[in-house]
Design a protein around this ligand. Structure first.
Ligand SMILES: Cc1cc2nc3c(=O)[nH]c(=O)nc-3n(C[C@H](O)[C@H](O)[C@H](O)COP(=O)(O)OP(=O)(O)OC[C@H]3O[C@@H](n4cnc5c(N)ncnc54)[C@H](O)[C@@H]3O)c2cc1C
Length: 392
């Protein structure tokens, strides 16, 4: 049963990808990210460099103009960006949001957008799921799309729609049948691939939200926005399932970013702990400094194994919900523990912006909350993996 075998490489995987991505990142040092952060600016030059080198089209099959790489390779790309001190958050969704179209769109829809997404001519990196009133409880979302002839009319509001001002297209989850009319709350939700270029200022208003990290996130308001019926992906009413489908890939990729963050903090902290001499010796000889770093290193190594397992299962076409969630949890925790240990190692200098530690610390914290919060991952493991009672 060859298809039942899942191979997992040990040692450094995709060294040539790591090296190529590292070379790009060398042109975008801490100073660049600090400037972007201070100005809450979109890192356009970095995104352009990554797009032109083809890395953002890693997951698009070759037949649609991408490089058709496995999920593990894409996770390595993101890990390398984060390990270098940068952040892929401005463009990571360009890699994977298209997955919903790829898996559930019609051939016509795929032909119409995937080659242009692969080349970077079109950006699809906005994903409108979360709403102010429903939050984590996705099936309670209130944005409605009502069919009128060859269009749907959309009314409602999304929140935390990241990169909407830097995206041509947006994947939208809206209710097409009211909750009262469906037997299960997961039914009656539909996914649309909408063109923000046509809608912005024409039924759609996008307002930036100021946040503690530079994330270019927004609120999106829909007021009688008319979207063509052919923007519906797959079957009407089955959108929740399509969205869930993409989440395992997203979680495995975000785990890669957290792993990169952990590597960054541990490298910076180790170097500093060896150089900084206080009380006549390097601070790293003190167990209060050394042990939290050693523990975070062990956690990152273990978390990486789970991330590789999740990717290996995904790439083999096998179910990987448990592993993708656990990878996201463990890599996020490893990054956060490394971030805290690094903050402590740098002492007061951790607070000085020019050291980049406080910026990365703020950025690493996001992944305990989004794209899915730690509690919800634990609820998934408790309920779906271990069979414990459901809390919601
Ligand atoms: C910077 C940023 C970018 C984001 N980008 C996007 C995006 O591009 N697209 C998008 O759709 N969303 C995005 N999000 C939204 C993100 O996914 C949500 O913030 C997150 O899922 C939590 O939703 P909420 O903030 O409404 O929290 P709530 O749902 O209000 O939850 C608050 C807290 O209560 C906990 N909680 C709730 N219910 C339970 C339960 N049953 N058991 C245990 N704990 C529970 C949650 O885990 C959380 O810790 C982004 C968020 C941020 C901060």
């Amino acid at each position: 049963m060859a298809d039942q075998t899942t191979q997992m490489e040990l040692g450094e995987d995709y060294p040539e990808i790591r090296e190529a991505v590292r070379r790009i990142c060398d042109d975008f040092p801490g100073e660049y990210w600090r400037e972007m952060d201070a100005a809450s600016a979109y890192p356009e030059a970095f995104v352009k460099a990554l797009t032109e080198s083809g890395w953002l089209s890693a997951l698009i099959p070759e037949v649609y103009g991408g490089s058709g790489l496995p999920l593990r390779a894409a996770a390595v790309i993101l890990e390398t960006i984060h390990a270098s001190g940068g952040s892929a958050a401005a463009c990571h969704a360009q890699m994977y949001t298209m997955g919903t179209v790829l898996r559930h769109g019609s051939e016509e829809q795929k032909q119409a957008c995937l080659p242009q997404i692969a080349s970077g001519e079109l950006r699809l990196q906005a994903f409108g799921v979360t709403e102010p009133a429903s939050g984590t409880d996705t099936t309670s979302l209130r944005t409605r799309a009502v069919r009128q002839g060859d269009h749907y009319v959309v009314n409602g509001q999304k929140v935390w729609t990241s990169r909407a001002l830097y995206s041509d297209l947006m994947l939208l989850l809206a209710r097409t049948t009211s909750r009262e009319e469906v037997s299960r709350p997961t039914e009656g939700l539909s996914v649309f691939l909408i063109d923000l270029r046509e809608l912005h200022g024409n039924g759609v208003e996008i307002r930036p939200i100021e946040t503690m990290i530079n994330h270019n996130t927004t609120e999106v308001f829909f007021t009688d926005a008319r979207i063509p019926a052919n923007t519906l992906i797959g079957e009407e009413g089955r959108g929740f399932r399509y969205i869930l489908d993409g989440m395992n890939a997203e979680r495995t990729l975000i785990a890669g970013e957290s792993l990169g963050d952990a590597r960054y903090f541990l490298r910076r902290a180790t170097d500093y702990a060896c150089e900084r001499e206080i009380f006549g010796g390097p601070i790293g000889r003190n167990q209060g400094i050394q042990f939290p770093l050693a523990r975070a290193h062990a956690e990152a190594e273990a978390a990486e194994l789970m991330a590789r397992k999740a990717a290996a299962l995904f790439d083999a076409g096998r179910s990987c919900g448990a592993e993708a969630n656990m990878a996201k949890l463990l890599c996020g925790d490893a990054a956060w523990h490394a971030a805290e240990a690094c903050m402590q190692t740098f002492g007061g200098f951790a607070f000085a912006r020019e050291y980049d530690i406080e910026r990365k610390w703020r950025e690493a914290r996001l992944y305990l909350t989004a794209p899915v919060s730690t509690n919800l991952v634990l609820a998934f493991i408790g309920q779906h993996v271990m069979g414990l009672p459901k809390s919601y």
